[in-house]
Design a protein around this ligand. Structure first.
Ligand SMILES: Cc1cc2nc3c(=O)[nH]c(=O)nc-3n(C[C@H](O)[C@H](O)[C@H](O)COP(=O)(O)OP(=O)(O)OC[C@H]3O[C@@H](n4cnc5c(N)ncnc54)[C@H](O)[C@@H]3O)c2cc1C
Length: 387
C-alpha cells in the first residue's frame, strides 16, 4: 500500500496549486457575476499541459492517467476555481474518444484536448428520462451515409464555451426498450441545434443549457467508434473518469472552504484574548469536516489508482464511493465554513457562501447520491433492484 504521490505527481500538484492561486476565487466569482468565462485560466492551464495530462503522448498529451487529472481538478478547486468543464471535456470526452474513437477521431480530436484548445461537453440528461438513461428519447436515424439526430437534453454544462457536444442518442431501430446507445460528436454550431440557458442558483462562470436537436444532420464519421457496437462501452468508459474527477473537485472545494474558515477563526477575537477557533463549538465542526474531506480524498486516490491499473470494475465501486463521500464532505465543509465565519460567511468578499449552490448541486450531479446508494446496495451489498 502506498499513500505517496510520485515526485512528478507532487510537482504537478505544486504547479497547479500555484497557477490556481494566481487566479483565485475572486477571479472565478468575478467571471461568474459578470457573465464571463474563465478563459484565461483555462488557456494558461492548457498551455502548461495540465488539461492534457491524461492524453497519450503520441497525441501531444502528458501521457499520465486519471490520478494526474484528479490532481489538476482538486488543486484548481482548492484554489477556489472548481472548473466543471474539466469533468466533461478532458475527463469524459477525451477518455471516450481515446478509448473508443476511431484512429481518425483520435488524430482529429486528441491534440486539441492535449493543449486545451478543444472543449467538448457531454449531453446525456433528458427531461423525461432523468436518472433513468434507459429511457433516452433522443433518436439517431440514418439518411444515406448521414445521421439525423432529434431530441432534447437538459442541464448541459458549458455548451456556450465548447466546439462540440458529445450527444448520447439511441438508434431508430431500438427506439424503445433496453438502450443501445450511440454517441455522436455534434458541432455546437450545427444547423438544427439550438439552446436556451437555464437560470441556475449556482455562482459559476459555467452555465447549464437546454438543448434542442431538430434533425441535426451529421456525417457518418460523427459516430464515435464508427460503429453502433461502440456506443455502450464508450458510454461506460466515461463514467469512472466522471465520478473520480468530480469527487476530486468536491474535495478541493472542501479544502478551500476549510482553509478560508480556519484562517479566519484562528485570528478573529470577540471575547478578549482567545480566538474564536479556541472554542470547541467552532473548531470541532471544522475538524469533523476536515476528517470527512480527507476520507473522501483517500477514496479518490484508491479509485484513481485502480483505474490507472486497468482494474475498471473495482475502480467503479471505489469511484462511486469516492463521489458520494466527496459530495457529502464538500457540502458539509462549505456549510460549516459559512457558520464559522458568522456574518462574514455570507458575504461575497470572504468567498465561501459563493460555493453553497455548487456543492449542493454536487450531491445531485453528475450522478445523484441516491443513484450511487442504489449502485452500492446492488453491486456491493447484493440487494435486489427496486426499479
Ligand atoms: C449543475 C449541474 C450540471 C449538470 N451538467 C450536466 C451535463 O453537463 N450533462 C448532462 O448530461 N447532465 C448534466 N446535469 C444533469 C444531472 O446529471 C442530473 O440532474 C442528474 O443525473 C439527476 O437527474 P434529474 O435531475 O433528472 O433527476 P431525477 O432523475 O428526476 O431525480 C430526482 C430525484 O429523485 C431521485 N431518484 C430518481 N430515481 C431514483 C431511484 N431509482 N432511487 C432513489 N432515488 C431516485 C434522484 O436521486 C433525485 O434526488 C447537470 C445537473 C446539474 C445540477
Amino acid at each position: 500500500m502506498n499513500f505517496d504521490l510520485t515526485p512528478e505527481q507532487d510537482q504537478l500538484r505544486d504547479a497547479v496549486r500555484a497557477l490556481g492561486r494566481r487566479y483565485g476565487h475572486s477571479y472565478f466569482v468575478g467571471k461568474a457575476k459578470s457573465g464571463g468565462h474563465t478563459t484565461e485560466l483555462w488557456d494558461e492551464a492548457g498551455r502548461l499541459g495540465y488539461l492534457g495530462v491524461n492524453v497519450p503522448t503520441e497525441y501531444g498529451g502528458g501521457g499520465g492517467g486519471l490520478t494526474e487529472l484528479a490532481i489538476v481538478c482538486e488543486e484548481l478547486a482548492a484554489a477556489g476555481c472548481p472548473l466543471l468543464l474539466l469533468v466533461v471535456s478532458p475527463a469524459i470526452a477525451a477518455t471516450v474518444i481515446h478509448k473508443h474513437g476511431t484512429e481518425e477521431q483520435r488524430k482529429r480530436f486528441l491534440p486539441g484536448f492535449a493543449d486545451g484548445s478543444l472543449k467538448v461537453v457531454f449531453a446525456i440528461t433528458e427531461p423525461e428520462a432523468g436518472s433513468n438513461f434507459h429511457r433516452l428519447g433522443t433518436v439517431a436515424r440514418r439518411d444515406g451515409d448521414d445521421w439525423l439526430l432529434s431530441g432534447r437534453k437538459c442541464y448541459i454544462s458549458g455548451v456556450d464555451e465548447a466546439q462540440y457536444v458529445l450527444v448520447v442518442a439511441r438508434t431508430e431501430d431500438s427506439a424503445t426498450g433496453k438502450l443501445k446507445p450511440a454517441l455522436f460528436l455534434v458541432p455546437t454550431d450545427a444547423a438544427g441545434l439550438t439552446r436556451s440557458k437555464l437560470d441556475m442558483e449556482i455562482v459559476s462562470p459555467e452555465n447549464q443549457f437546454l438543448l434542442y436537436l431538430d434533425d441535426v444532420r451529421l456525417p457518418a464519421d460523427a459516430l464515435v467508434g464508427g460503429s453502433l457496437d461502440a456506443g455502450l462501452p464508450a458510454l461506460f468508459a466515461g463514467l469512472n473518469p466522471e465520478r473520480i474527477t468530480v469527487a476530486a473537485m468536491g474535495v478541493g472545494t472542501g479544502r478551500y472552504a476549510i482553509e478560508r474558515a480556519t484562517d479566519y477563526t484562528a485570528t478573529r477575537r470577540v471575547w478578549g484574548g482567545r480566538s474564536i477557533g479556541a472554542h470547541q463549538g467552532v473548531a470541532h465542526p471544522l475538524a469533523h469536516a476536515a476528517v470527512q474531506v480527507e476520507l473522501a480524498r483517500l477514496m479518490i486516490h484508491k479509485a484513481a489508482t485502480l483505474y490507472d491499473a486497468g482494474r475498471d470494475l473495482e475502480a467503479g465501486v471505489a469511484g462511486n464511493m469516492a463521489k458520494y463521500a466527496a459530495g457529502e464532505a464538500a457540502a458539509l465543509a462549505v456549510d460549516t465554513a459559512v457558520q464559522a465565519l458568522g456574518g462574514a460567511g455570507m458575504t461575497t468578499e470572504y468567498g465561501v457562501a459563493t460555493l453553497l449552490g455548487a456543492v449542493r448541486a454536487g450531491r445531485i450531479a453528475p450522478v445523484s447520491r441516491e443513484m450511487i446508494l442504489n449502485f452500492v446496495a446492488q453491486h456491493v451489498l447484493g440487494q435486489e433492484k427496486s426499479y
